[in-house]
Write a protein that binds this ligand. Structure first.
Ligand SMILES: [Zn+2]
Length: 197
């Protein structure tokens, strides 16, 4: 299911540190968040280009400027979700938007199983009529493609063609170099990249 939220992870796999501009973290965040918005699960492959995706400061720069360049304070988000969030202080989407805490129904609504995830869904307006309609449309496109058009199905459920080769990047520090071995680029090189996700 394309709107199944990920299984919650205890910690991130990458740990680049020390860049002087937060945009430098983009390839790491693309890989970390599997090329989709952490809030609504919109995928890079469903849009025009990666430029539609933004690097959201989880703790807003305006409130916590000292974390502006902290990788652990950045999440990968689509433009819509980043603009809805703005400077709200919200709970961690990696914990509260997971397969354990939310479920997307066939009518496109997203249901939270805890008070905290319900609050986050409301703060991010993830049940707006437009977003529910958008989910239904994509579920139907994917289902139709699965039955009728293998190429289209692979395009909209597979990985983007430009997987970042993180191994050649040289951040000033990397506290989790072991994460490189499980980057999607490395998986592709080893012939282990899943056809869809
Ligand atoms: Zn989004």
């Amino acid at each position: 299911m394309i709107f199944d939220y990920p299984v919650p992870r205890l910690e991130r796999k990458h740990g680049p540190e020390g860049y002087s501009a937060y945009e430098s973290y983009r390839p790491w965040l693309r890989d970390e968040f599997v090329f989709r918005c952490v809030y609504c699960l919109k995928r890079e492959m469903w849009g025009q280009a990666t430029a539609e995706f933004e690097l959201d400061h989880f703790q807003p720069q305006s409130l916590v400027p000292e974390r502006a360049l902290d990788y652990l304070n950045l999440v990968y988000a689509c433009r819509r979700c980043n603009s809805v969030k703005q400077d709200q202080a919200i709970a961690d989407p990696l914990i509260l938007l997971s397969s354990k805490t939310v479920c997307v129904m066939l009518d496109g609504t997203i249901v939270g199983t805890s008070l905290d995830s319900k609050r986050l869904i409301a703060q991010m307006d993830l049940n707006s009529p437009a977003l529910c309609r958008w989910r239904v449309i994509w579920m139907r496109i994917v289902e139709l493609a699965k039955q009728r058009d293998t190429f289209l199905y692979q395009q909209i459920t597979g990985f983007p063609p430009d997987l970042p080769n993180l191994g050649v990047l040289r951040p000033p520090l990397n506290s989790r170099p072991e994460g490189l071995a499980s980057s999607w680029y490395t998986m592709q090189q080893k012939g282990e990249l899943p056809a869809e996700y």
